[in-house]
Design a binder for this molecule. Structure first.
Ligand SMILES: Cc1cc2nc3c(=O)[nH]c(=O)nc-3n(C[C@H](O)[C@H](O)[C@H](O)COP(=O)(O)O)c2cc1C
Length: 186
């Protein structure tokens, strides 16, 4: 059975390194993966006044999420956390969630990769994201971790990943991630 994996980039920026890395994950995905990339650029800022009745964009996103086995997050770091745009989507889609852990994210197996042009690999963003998805009841791959530093050296002018070590790490990540997806869904 094909595993449906939804990729979400934490950055809305046109030339985003995170989105480039997410696309590289898609290109290096094994054949048994149906890899889709979510567009989160049209989510308005969450306001609890607007959640009922559910707006169309949210109904559509939740419908799209239903058959998904896993969600692969690639996130940059904003002030030592993951970006507000990503939190916004997690919040919108999490509702309603009574009791805790029963919302639309529940059971989707998460993989997380951090990326930065600087040092430290967006590790604080990844840790914060782990904390949030724990509450959303998403099982998450523990190892291998994925922290990419000095992003500007890893892609060519067309935005293609050219760094062989990173490609190798992506392959390793896919192997362990998909094993977890299988385990959870069996
Ligand atoms: C508001 C803001 C805060 C940032 N804070 C951090 C940070 O805490 N750690 C870090 O490594 N980079 C930080 N950066 C730099 C980002 O890593 C850099 O802009 C990166 O290219 C953003 O990811 P993207 O290329 O996927 O858009 C910050 C950038 C912005 C705009």
């Amino acid at each position: 059975m094909k595993k449906i994996i939804l990729g979400i980039s934490g950055s809305l920026r046109k030339e985003s390194y995170s989105t480039k890395l997410l696309k590289a994950f898609g290109e290096l995905a094994p054949d048994d993966v149906d890899f889709r990339i979510a567009d989160i650029s049209r989510f308005p800022v969450f306001n609890q006044d607007d959640e009922m009745p559910e707006p169309d964009f949210l109904v559509k996103f939740k419908e799209m999420l239903k058959p998904v086995h896993g969600v692969l997050f690639v996130t940059p770091e904003h002030n030592r956390s993951f970006p507000a745009a990503l939190k916004n989507v997690l919040d919108w889609v999490s509702r309603p969630q009574v009791p805790a852990g029963t919302g639309s994210w529940a059971g989707k197996v998460a993989g997380i990769a951090g990326i930065t042009p600087y040092t430290l690999g967006a590790v604080s963003a990844v840790m914060h994201l782990r904390q949030v998805i724990m509450f959303l009841n998403m099982p998450v791959l523990q190892q291998p971790e994925f922290y990419l530093t000095f992003a500007e050296n890893k892609f060519d002018r067309d935005g293609k990943l050219v760094d062989e070590n990173t490609k190798e790490h992506i392959r390793k990540f896919w192997k362990e991630y998909l094993a977890l997806v299988d385990k959870i869904n069996s």
